[in-house]
Design a protein around this ligand. Sequence first.
Ligand SMILES: *[C@@H]1O[C@H](CO)[C@@H](O)[C@H](O)[C@H]1NC(C)=O
Ligand SMILES: *[C@@H]1O[C@H](CO)[C@@H](O)[C@H](O)[C@H]1NC(C)=O
Ligand SMILES: *[C@@H]1O[C@H](CO)[C@@H](O)[C@H](O)[C@H]1NC(C)=O
Ligand SMILES: *[C@@H]1O[C@H](CO)[C@@H](O)[C@H](O)[C@H]1NC(C)=O
Length: 157
Amino acid sequence: MALKPNLLIILMAVAIIAPVLVEAQQGLLGNLLGLISINGTVFCTVDGNIGLNGTSTPVFPNALVQLQCGAGHIVASATTNSSGQFSIALNPLLNILSTLLSNCSLVVKTPLSTCNANLPSVGGLISSLKFVRTTLVGLLNIAEIVPASFQFLPLLN
Ligand SMILES: *[C@@H]1O[C@H](CO)[C@@H](O)[C@H](O)[C@H]1NC(C)=O
Ligand SMILES: *[C@@H]1O[C@H](CO)[C@@H](O)[C@H](O)[C@H]1NC(C)=O
Ligand SMILES: *[C@@H]1O[C@H](CO)[C@@H](O)[C@H](O)[C@H]1NC(C)=O
Ligand SMILES: *[C@@H]1O[C@H](CO)[C@@H](O)[C@H](O)[C@H]1NC(C)=O
């Protein structure tokens, strides 16, 4: 019987401390369980960006999008889906965010004529990277990156 109040105190202490521990754990694991996510939409326009018609701008499906760093080193690649969207996931332990932002570009290799015969059949699109925010999804810390803005390069190869 004398144990009861002690037990109650322990239970109360656990109830108070447990959330603090979970939070501390999330802070720690949040840094370990990270992910860098690069996503975006390629549009079927002269410069690959969304046009004056906004969301009714045609998209560029099946376009090869490469993440190139330094002097054209291909780090990752993806293909746009039927919505013109691509997504590239990177391990932050192998890819340093600041280096990605300063030293890498997204390059669209598939010629624009593939989505619209009136657009160029040579050259390609290039964009630098822009950091949006970090979001915590469960224990996963996701750094979200998008293309800053595409531009057309006639001599891209
Ligand atoms: C990219 O990811 C962000 C955040 O997850 C989302 O809001 C956005 O719609 C995505 N864009 C594309 C083109 O997938
Ligand atoms: C916007 O949409 C109209 C009607 O479909 C079209 O005639 C026009 O060329 C479009 N403008 C651009 C910039 O795509
Ligand atoms: C940029 O990338 C190139 C090739 O991948 C590499 O040699 C160079 O060290 C990188 N520069 C920085 C600042 O990380
Ligand atoms: C294209 O990919 C995006 C994000 O990767 C996804 O949200 C969207 O549903 C996909 N669209 C289609 C038609 O599969």
